[in-house]
Design a protein around this ligand. Structure first.
Ligand code: UT7
Length: 338
């Protein structure tokens, strides 16, 4: 064990300006604002319409915001890890594209493909590089252009997802703050409940794969819902127990934003009241790998050093996890980007 921890030292985000509201979706599929709001808590999501701009476009902007606020150059970054299920292309890794665009000359990088748990898994991997002393500055970015894999003729999924990116910088901390514990899980037995079949080596692009709509996300909502509640609450409770934390010790639960009812059920099981839960699903929908850093970006100004955050996520795979973060900085100490 070492006292050198990986702490988040700045947060950045990028959200496309275009809003896709529930009313807009009423014109595309047989749905209603009332159904979407009551079943999911979502009112609108952001869409990156420009076909020439992909996930790396959003990731670069979120990362640049982090660097500007922290007041460091891209040349100081050692490693870039990107969590995404919508990479610009199969390869090279989106991390390579972001590295080049940022001008992060000495950084290496890779992508993490873990759906809605991607940011948590990437954060966990990044923390090891800091704790071990191998690296000083690591960028972790969650970014997804979900609108490119959402089938806008399928009312059960198209109402859920949006586009966006969030990024954090990790640096060493010896004050007792930082990423203090994490739990990661996968269970591939029921992977068919949430997947995109097309485009990989099993179903490469072909006229048939397009005709069968295999290049779109598929979800069997109800079983995923049940697994999400059990999975997220289970690991979040376990991490609290392992570290002797009670609901009173937790400043905020930071849950993956897939469905307000999942979040509500998770918080209830953990004994955490909703006023201590970060929630922005109403405005952004499910941005997959970006939900957690987008929450941190929205609540950063309220956080003070020493605040306990419990991050939790569940997604395709199935994959899920939870991370205990002791917040390490005051947002007022960073540069203003406005
Ligand atoms: O982020 C990764 C992990 N993903 C999740 O955590 C998502 C988990 N699942 C969910 O959030 C929910 O299951 C959904 C929001 C996807 C669906 O909500 P639900 O309460 O589970 O609805 P349901 O699938 O049981 O469908 C209930 C009814 C069905 O009609 P019938 O069969 O009862 O006549 C659906 O056809 O609602 C219908 N329906 C809709 N109606 C209006 C499904 N989608 C819509 C819609 N508008 N958009």
């Amino acid at each position: 064990m070492t006292d050198r921890k990986a702490a988040i030292t700045a947060v950045g985000h990028y959200l496309p300006e275009e809003r896709l509201t529930n009313r807009d979706l009423e014109k595309l599929v047989d749905t209603s604002d009332e159904w979407i709001t009551s079943r999911t808590g979502i009112k609108e999501r952001r869409i990156l319409r420009d076909p020439d701009k992909a996930t790396s476009y959003m990731a670069v902007r979120a990362a640049q915001m982090v660097l500007d606020r922290r007041g460091i150059g891209a040349d100081e970054v050692d490693l870039i890890i990107i969590a995404t299920v919508t990479p610009d292309m199969m390869f090279p890794a989106t991390a390579c594209l972001v590295q080049a665009e940022l001008g992060a000359g000495k950084a290496w990088g890779f992508d993490v493909l873990a759906a809605c748990s991607g940011f948590l898994f990437a954060l966990s991997a990044a923390a090891r590089f800091i704790e071990s002393g191998k690296h000083e500055k690591v960028l972790v970015i969650g970014a997804d252009k979900m609108s490119t894999i959402v089938d806008y003729t399928d009312r059960t999924t198209c109402i859920l997802f949006g586009d966006g990116a969030g990024a954090v910088l990790l640096e060493a901390n010896t004050d007792g703050n930082g990423i203090l514990d994490s739990m990661e899980r996968v269970d591939g037995n029921d992977w068919k409940g949430l997947c995109m079949l097309g485009g990989g080596s099993l179903h490469p692009a072909s006229p048939t794969s397009v005709e069968k709509r295999l290049h779109y996300l598929y979800q069997d909502g109800q079983p995923v819902f049940k697994r999400a509640v059990v999975g997220m609450a289970g690991v979040a409770e376990a991490i609290m127990k392992r570290n002797n934390l009670t609901g009173d010790d937790v400043r905020y639960l930071v849950p993956h934003q897939a469905n307000l009812r999942i979040i509500d059920a998770t918080a209830r099981r953990m004994g955490i009241p909703m006023e201590k839960v970060m929630l922005n699903i109403e405005r952004y929908g499910n941005t997959t790998a970006a939900t957690l850093p987008l929450c941190l970006a929205d609540w950063e100004h309220e956080l003070v050093p020493g605040d306990n955050l419990i991050l939790a996520a569940f997604g395709g795979g199935f994959s899920w996890g939870s991370t205990w973060v002791k917040w390490a900085y005051d947002a007022a100490s960073l540069n203003s980007t406005h």
